[in-house]
Every structure is written in C-alpha cells, then in structure tokens.
Design a protein. Structure first.
Lengths: 207, 127
C-alpha cells in the first residue's frame, strides 16, 4: 500500500531538500568548507516495517538526536547516524587536531548542534512552504543499540502509527557519510501532514 | 513587458516534477506564448539542447546523474547565447559563486512566484 502518491512524495522530497540546503549552509559556516547534504528519498512506512528496512543495514550502536514538535501535526523527529560515523562528523566539525578523548567529550554537544541544525532547517522549510507553524522541543542526544531503538519504536507503536523515513547523504570535508531522519507520526498526524501537502499542491495549481 | 519577449522558448531542468510544474505554471502566467520544454536530468537537458536551442533555461543542481552546474557549463560552452537561471536549495557561497562564474543567475529554492520573477528579469537581460 502506498500512502503518498507520486506527486505528494515529490513535493515532500523538495521540501526536505530545501531544508537540507539550509542546514548545509549553516554547517558549511561551522566547518569553513563546502558541505553536501541532500535527501534523495522520502518514504512512509508502518512503524513495524522500520526494523527490517532501516535498522539492520548497520551493526553497532546508533547516535541519535531527537526532537518533538507539534503544530497541525505532531511528530517526533529522530536523526540517526551509526556511532562511528557520528564521531567522524564531530571530528570534521571540531577540527581534526583534537584527540579522541577530547572529541568524545564534545560528542554530545556537537551532535546536538548538528541535530538541531538539520532538524530545525527541515522543520522551518516545511513550515514555510506549507505555511504552518511548528513548535519544537530541545534536541536530545542518545547513543542506542538497534534493540533500544526498536524498543523505543515499540513503545509508540500501535496499529495506526507511521514513520516518515528520509535517507540523508552528508559530505563534510570530503568525508561521505549517510544517515536517516525519521519522523514518528500517529495516523491522524500523518493524515494532517498529507492534507497540508495537498493544500500546498492545490495552491500551486497541482491538485 | 517588452515586446521582444514574445514567442521565446524555455527549457526547465529539474528532477522534481512538482518544481517543473510550478516553474512552468508561473512562467506561462506571465508569458502565455512561450514554449516550454522539460528535462529531468542534466544529460537529458544537454540532449534536448542539441535538438533545439532554447532562449532560456532554468537548471536545478542536485539531480540524479550529472550536477546541474556541470550541465549548464556544457550548454553555455556550446551555446553561449542561452540565458540560464540556476535554481537550487543548496544556498552555500561556493555554489552561488560557481553559478556566477558560469554567467548564470543563482536563485534560491523553494520555487515561488518571487524566485521565478528574479529568473524572468535575468532572462530579459539589462534593459
């Protein structure tokens, strides 16, 4: 079953790419170099499907930054990188002359900042383009095993919960890394999001 | 609008169908007599330009395959008369500079009536 039609998926991908572009601009100011950040794909899955489709691609622990937001729809946004990738991003952000001990000390702060930049850029692009207001909480950083994440998902999982999964490509200082941005949504919030996308498409004459 | 603006051809290059349709609708609202061609990748754009040289072109940067800036460079090298506006969500300095170096106009996405207005001004050229 496809929840978004082609044109709705296309519109959401464009919205998140505008967000990614804004985030890349902020990140490039931090690292003093060009940053490539793009969102090549957006898909909506049932919460139950995320274990198979996202989590088993990697072994080891995940570094996650999550933020709750509310507005016409409520969701929890979770930015997900594998832990070793997160550390190399932090190294690029803080400068490579730092020792590993020093890096570990800054990891939480740097990852929160990265999450804050990416999540807020995506939320602000979504709010601007859909002409809505979204309020967000402070970002929270957690290092979790895939099982912890499954448990967290299971806590919110019921028959009508969904996840909006964005694949993220990030290149800082020539280092390529990838991660996921996941939005956990209830069925009613997903429908409100789809309605807002349809309203946006209607306004630009496409629905 | 100047009368020499009539009957122009515009090539819209973007992998997002939504973006292509927004650009097309807004341009046709101002210039109903323009002919619009569309391409979803840089490679496709270059092939279309070989078939028919447009007067103007809007070019996205991040697309599957080659970068829009590279496609624009190739098109301008073969056909320097084409006026190109580069539409991108990637608003970093380095990207804007690249567009300017090519002699194209950089326009920040999202595609809106306002950003399309900037592109149309660039197409018209200095008055």
């Amino acid at each position: 079953m496809s929840i978004l039609n082609e044109i709705e998926r296309d519109a959401l991908t464009e919205i998140f790419n505008v967000g990614a572009g804004r985030a890349a601009q902020s990140l490039s100011e931090i690292v003093g170099d060009e940053v490539r950040l793009s969102v090549p794909s957006v898909e909506v899955l049932r919460t139950a499907a995320i274990d198979e489709q996202v989590l088993p691609r990697t072994r080891g622990r995940f570094a996650t930054v999550s933020q709750k937001f509310d507005g016409p729809f409520d969701a929890e946004a979770v930015l997900l990188f594998t832990e070793d990738r997160a550390l190399s991003i932090v190294r690029d952000m803080m400068g490579s002359q730092m020792s590993l001990d020093e890096l570990a000390e800054f990891e939480r702060e740097a990852m929160c900042e990265l999450g804050n930049i990416i999540l807020n850029a995506c939320l602000s692009a979504m709010a601007d383009m859909l002409e809505i207001t979204l309020n967000s909480s402070l970002p929270q950083y957690l290092v979790s095993s895939p099982e912890d994440i499954s448990d967290r998902l299971a806590a919110t999982r019921n028959d009508d919960s969904y996840v909006l999964v964005l694949h993220i490509d990030l290149v800082i200082e020539k280092h390529q890394t990838d991660g996921h941005l996941i939005f956990l949504l209830s069925s009613s919030s997903l429908h409100a999001l789809v309605e807002n996308v349809q309203r946006y498409l209607g306004k630009i004459g496409l629905a | 609008m100047a009368s020499n603006d009539s009957g122009k051809t515009l090539l819209i290059v973007d992998d997002s169908k939504v973006s292509r349709m927004v650009i097309k609708a807004n341009v046709l609202a101002v210039h109903p007599d323009w002919q619009v061609m569309e391409a979803g990748t840089g490679e496709e754009a270059i092939a279309q330009v070989e078939q028919r040289i447009p007067d103007y072109c809007t070019m996205d940067i991040n697309m599957p395959g080659m970068l829009g800036t590279d496609a624009a460079a190739q098109i301008l090298q073969a056909h320097p008369s084409v006026r190109i506006a580069i539409f991108s969500a990637n608003i970093q300095e380095a990207v804007q500079t690249r567009a300017q170096q090519l002699g194209a106009l950089f326009v920040a996405k999202p595609v809106t009536e306002k950003s399309i207005g900037q592109a149309l001004l660039h197409f018209r050229g200095p008055l």
